[in-house]
Design a protein around this ligand. Structure first.
Ligand code: IMP
Length: 428
């Protein structure tokens, strides 16, 4: 029987996947991250310790669980070494638990530089990226020009030559496209050699390493980053990230087949947020948005940017549920909504000039012209964060969850109601 679980963010990222993966990781032997890079920000609170991770699979916090950065990930070797060191300092033996797929591409300093300059040139039309070099790195992958983790396993001379060749190529692009000064190829090569010495023992061939998963001998969880509405194919292009955040990425980013997947779990926040630019029909402006941001502490874990905040978007949620073929849903941060008198859920859109539409559109220009049609629900006053069972939730909170479930069209299995590991209510 296929037992591999997949955890996917189903909005614009920051749904609280880290907490969900951390919990589910307790029951598996392996966690594989399958896309994205250090643009992600997973915050997990364990006891009085807070772990903020960007690249690392969240499974890394669990003793006895291995974590793999899959071939679909783009990894910044400097950041990876930094995160390993930070986790080690916090008492997590990351180096003993982590493995890196040879096929994962390397984010280099020129990727960050090229991205910074491009975003600057785009001015008002910029994507509002995290500035981590993710897009240019995936471009090099698709152009078949990139460096991969397997290159770190070469001998030092060969690696040095390769890195210098790539930096010199990037320097030509920097000059031609942006009239920008060159980066120091020798110095970058020296640093890459330093990272390679550290990371070499972690690099594996993902196909071989994942054999026990294929054979049903190893329990495994596939961890997504960002969210479905940021998927390069299915999100609100061009305001997306450069990888496949939806279910397809779980396959292409690991090399596992659909046959191993037994359960797809979608994570939705009880309201919505978005970082960066792009259409967002249920966005709240002014005081309402500010209040939600303050209550939900909605500031980017990677960039510190204030997140745009708004009501739950039903059409967008249905779209994500269907694109991903979700089996079940976790609703996060329900506690943030306590004390709001009236809660709103968008159930449809009014598309300028074309009338009502029930379904989402990922055409950015069209979504820009969609106004939400809301249904209102009475809120609740109680602080729910101390509650220990689903049954204790106020009637209005249950009613709100049922309304979310009706919009998504997939059963809500669990609810989170605070940052700690045990802020988790299982619905019977
Ligand atoms: P990039 O992934 O840095 O290229 O950024 C592209 C878009 O995705 C921008 O709008 C970012 O704000 C957004 N983004 C990337 N990673 C995350 C994330 O982990 N959470 C929320 N938004 C993200």
């Amino acid at each position: 029987m296929a037992t591999t679980k997949v955890v996917l963010g189903c909005q614009w990222g920051d749904e609280g996947k880290g907490k969900v993966v951390d919990r589910l990781a307790a029951d598996v032997e392996l966690v594989v991250r399958f896309q994205g890079g250090a643009n992600a920000g997973h915050t997990v609170k364990v006891g009085d310790q807070t772990f903020v991770m960007h690249l690392m699979p969240t499974g890394i916090l669990r003793e006895g669980v291995k974590s793999l950065l899959g071939p679909g990930v783009v990894l910044d070797p400097w950041k990876l070494v930094e995160e390993i060191e930070q986790l080690t300092a916090q008492g997590v033996p990351a180096e003993e638990r982590l493995l890196v797929a040879g096929g994962a591409h390397l984010v280099m300093p020129y990727h960050r530089r090229l991205e910074e300059l491009r975003e600057r040139d785009l001015k008002k039309k910029s994507i509002g990226t995290t500035g981590r070099g993710i897009g240019p790195c995936y471009e090099d992958k698709m152009a078949r020009m990139g460096l991969r983790a397997s290159d770190l396993a070469r001998n030092d001379d060969s690696l040095r030559r390769l890195v210098i060749e790539k930096v010199l190529r990037a320097n030509r692009l920097l000059a031609e496209r942006h009239e920008a000064p060159p980066l120091a190829s020798e110095a970058i090569a020296d640093e890459v050699l330093g990272c390679a010495a550290r990371l070499r023992p972690l690099i594996v061939n993902a196909f071989d390493f994942l054999a026990p998963v294929r054979e049903g001998k190893m329990t495994c969880l596939l961890e997504g980053a960002q969210g479905t509405l940021l998927d390069v194919d299915h999100g609100t292009f061009p305001y997306v990230t450069s990888s496949s955040t939806a279910i397809g990425g779980a396959l292409t980013g690991t090399g596992l087949s659909h046959r191993v997947i037994g359960h797809v779990l979608g994570v939705f926040k009880a309201y919505s947020t978005r970082v960066g630019n792009g259409p967002y029909p249920t966005e709240l402006h002014g005081d309402e948005g500010e209040d939600l941001r303050a209550k939900g502490k909605e500031f980017g874990a990677t960039t510190g940017r204030p997140r745009r905040c708004g009501w739950f978007d039903g059409p967008a949620a249905r779209y994500a549920a269907q694109v991903n073929g979700l089996d079940a849903v976790v609703i996060t941060k329900l506690d943030v909504l306590s004390g709001i008198e009236t809660l709103r859920i968008a159930v449809a859109y009014e598309l300028e000039g074309e009338g009502r539409r029930e379904s989402f559109t990922n055409w950015a220009e069209q979504l820009e012209r969609c106004r939400p049609v809301y249904e209102d629900f009475p809120g609740w006053e109680e602080d729910i964060s101390g509650m220990t069972s689903f049954d204790q939730l106020p009637r209005n909170a249950k009613q709100y969850l049922e309304a979310l479930e009706a919009q998504i069209g997939v059963p809500v299995r669990s609810v989170t109601h605070g940052p700690a590991r045990d802020h988790w209510l299982e619905r019977k």
